[in-house]
Design a protein around this ligand. Structure first.
Ligand SMILES: [Zn+2]
Length: 137
């Protein structure tokens, strides 16, 4: 399992004291949508709770205003959905045929994951960090 450098959450799969429960009890998998490592038993159809609960959000929403202020290139996406966890926001943008997923941390809006592809794809293609600005700024 690769740990994202930009993700402040540290999983406990290494450097763990012997007193902690066995790995099988906290086995994690990546959500196909936001790519965050989640305890496998919380995933349903490979999606985390937050990604299953994305809600439509308008561009006038305060969260959207903050995102579009930081990432102006996203403004052309007509439809938006969002969800949040304790640490991050998950945004899904949609057009007629395309979709984009943006995962950012709540405090600094640091990008943790960006993916795009067909709106109908089960899993969008991850965008490499050196390509992020072309989509965002
Ligand atoms: Zn997810």
């Amino acid at each position: 399992m690769k740990r994202s450098q930009s993700n402040p959450k540290v999983d406990s799969s290494d450097g763990r004291p012997a007193s902690e429960p066995p790995l099988s009890e906290e086995y994690t998998e990546r959500c196909v949508s936001c790519q965050q490592s989640i305890r496998a038993k919380l995933l349903k159809r490979h999606r985390c709770t937050a990604c299953r609960r994305l809600q439509a959000v308008s561009k006038s929403d305060a969260h959207m205003a903050r995102i579009l202020g930081e990432f102006p290139r996203l403004d052309h996406w007509p439809r938006w959905f969002m969800a949040e966890t304790d640490e991050l926001y998950i945004f899904r943008a949609q057009s007629f045929l395309r979709a984009l997923i943006l995962v950012v941390d709540k405090v600094e809006l640091a990008v943790l994951h960006l993916a795009t592809g067909s709106r109908f794809a089960f899993q969008l293609a991850t965008v490499a960090p050196d390509q992020w600005d072309g989509f965002l700024r």
